[in-house]
Design a protein around this ligand. Structure first.
Ligand SMILES: O=C[C@H](O)[C@H](O)[C@H](O)COP(=O)(O)O
Length: 228
């Protein structure tokens, strides 16, 4: 573990958590950076912060529950006030690649329901052009070979993610295909192409969804706002 990167994640998480206020419904992201935020929220809840949270993965649900953070069923709410989550890459337009931890589908649903999506990142996540990190794509197992072929027609090279000797399976029971598209110069067009593939239930391109990225850098944080 790189301790300076971990410190940047923690700094970003602590800054993001300052945006929460009483009465909010809060989406809780997944991954190591979100983990720092969730532990911080656990402390705030113990000290009286009144929120209800919606987790984006089974792991996040278990962590939040263990810290006493009140959870609410996503299907019992119409909207989410604020979601704080991590990312694998972000560009200067705040487009993201997410899903390195396999939680992209629930993350995108929660983000889509959120008034504000706040991303926390360490300084390695900022890129000029998305695509160094392979784009995670979630597919129903029945469609995995078909989707691999469709992706190759979009000049992507995909590999079904493994977990030891078998396929990695998401919380929704699907497979992940990690795709090398090279530099993604037009995330919006690629997202539209991917959205049209049968059997592909989600992808890690989050185009113009984040309102703010809070990035830890060294011993401080830097904030990037959408259309400042
Ligand atoms: O599926 C995982 C999520 O999209 C994470 O937010 C993303 O992979 C970043 O994870 P980390 O904070 O561990 O770098």
């Amino acid at each position: 573990m790189n301790t300076s990167i971990e410190f940047e994640k923690e700094l970003a998480a602590k800054e993001a958590v300052k945006l929460l206020s009483n009465g909010q419904i809060v989406g809780l992201g997944s991954g190591s950076t979100a983990g720092y935020a969730i532990r911080e929220i656990g402390k705030l809840v113990k000290n009286g912060l009144k929120i209800r949270a919606i987790p984006t993965s089974d792991h996040t649900r278990d962590l939040a529950a263990s810290l006493g953070i009140p959870l609410v069923d996503i299907n019992s709410v119409d909207a989410i006030d604020i979601t704080i989550d991590g990312a694998d890459e972000f560009d200067s337009s705040l487009n993201l690649i997410k899903g390195g931890g396999g939680a992209l589908l629930r993350e995108k649903i929660v983000a889509s329901m959120s008034t504000d999506l706040i991303i926390m990142a360490d300084s390695t996540k900022k890129v000029e052009v998305l695509g160094t990190f392979k784009l995670p794509i979630e597919v129903i197992p029945f469609a995995s070979n078909f989707v691999l072929k469709q992706i190759s027609q979009l000049n992507g090279t995909g590999t079904v993610r493994r977990a030891g000797t078998t396929e990695y399976v998401t919380d929704e029971g699907n497979y992940i295909i990690d795709v090398d598209f090279g530099p993604i110069n037009d995330p919006s067009s690629l997202a539209a192409e991917l959205n049209g593939i049968a059997g592909l239930v989600g992808h890690g391109l989050f185009v113009q969804m984040a309102k703010k990225v809070i990035m830890g850098v060294g011993s401080t944080t830097r904030t990037f706002d959408l259309n400042p």
